[in-house]
Ligand binder design. Structure first.
Ligand code: FMN
Length: 190
């Protein structure tokens, strides 16, 4: 089973990086083959709405996103990790998600409505935010759900941590890291 971890924070070694490290460690311990994408290292733009993918399902913009498409398409399980920035995912993650429009177009071209019902894989969101509001993760979850839908994957929820701000916050809370490790195992086993 191929598991892809998408590191979506601009802050290297921060909370969502550490949580995703743990989830991937759990997945690896359950036998998965692990691949990773560090969104902060990609030189890429968001979707330019040129319509280039409409007839082929392939993005025509030549930048680092071209290295990400095969990883998205081959993964059986994806963990998307993003801190909450203004009640959503980070701008860097959103750029990657918008570029998944090409996968959405491919789905429309290649799959019948019955095939679209049968999801080909599973997606999970790992997130953390500094505040405690009830609706803190609603925006990011909605974005994640439709990202995975574009990839013809189901959205399976994830793990969400409130009141997490300084870079070391999750490290000071072993329960959060344990939860992430267990999510990695569960995602591969289900
Ligand atoms: C630009 C920016 C916007 C943020 N917006 C929110 C927000 O809307 N709600 C919230 O609870 N925390 C917000 N935060 C705090 C981060 O979500 C929090 O510090 C998180 O733990 C960072 O995760 P990381 O270490 O993986 O980057 C924001 C931080 C930044 C830098």
């Amino acid at each position: 089973m191929k598991v892809l971890g998408i590191y979506g924070s601009p802050r290297k070694g921060g909370n969502t990086d550490q949580l995703l490290d743990k989830a991937l460690e759990g997945a690896r311990s359950a036998g998965a083959e692990i691949r990773t994408v560090y969104v902060r290292d990609l030189k890429m733009c968001g979707c330019i709405e040129c319509g280039g993918c409409d007839k082929t399902g392939k993005c025509v913009v030549e930048d680092d996103m071209q290295t990400v498409y095969p990883l998205l398409e081959e993964a059986d399980v994806i963990f998307l990790a993003s801190p909450i920035f203004f009640y959503s995912v980070t701008a860097q993650v959103k750029a990657l998600i918008d570029r998944a429009q090409a996968d959405w177009a491919k789905n429309q071209l290649d799959r019948s409505s019955e095939e679209k019902m049968l999801k080909r894989g599973r997606g999970y969101l790992i997130s953390a935010g500094a505040t405690r509001g009830k609706n803190l993760f609603e925006g990011a979850q909605m974005v994640a759900r439709y990202f995975f839908d574009a990839l013809n994957m189901s959205y399976e929820g994830g793990i969400f941590f409130r009141s997490i701000e300084k870079r070391t916050a999750v490290r000071d809370n072993p329960d959060t890291l344990r939860e992430a490790f267990n999510l990695g195992i569960k995602a591969v086993a289900s």
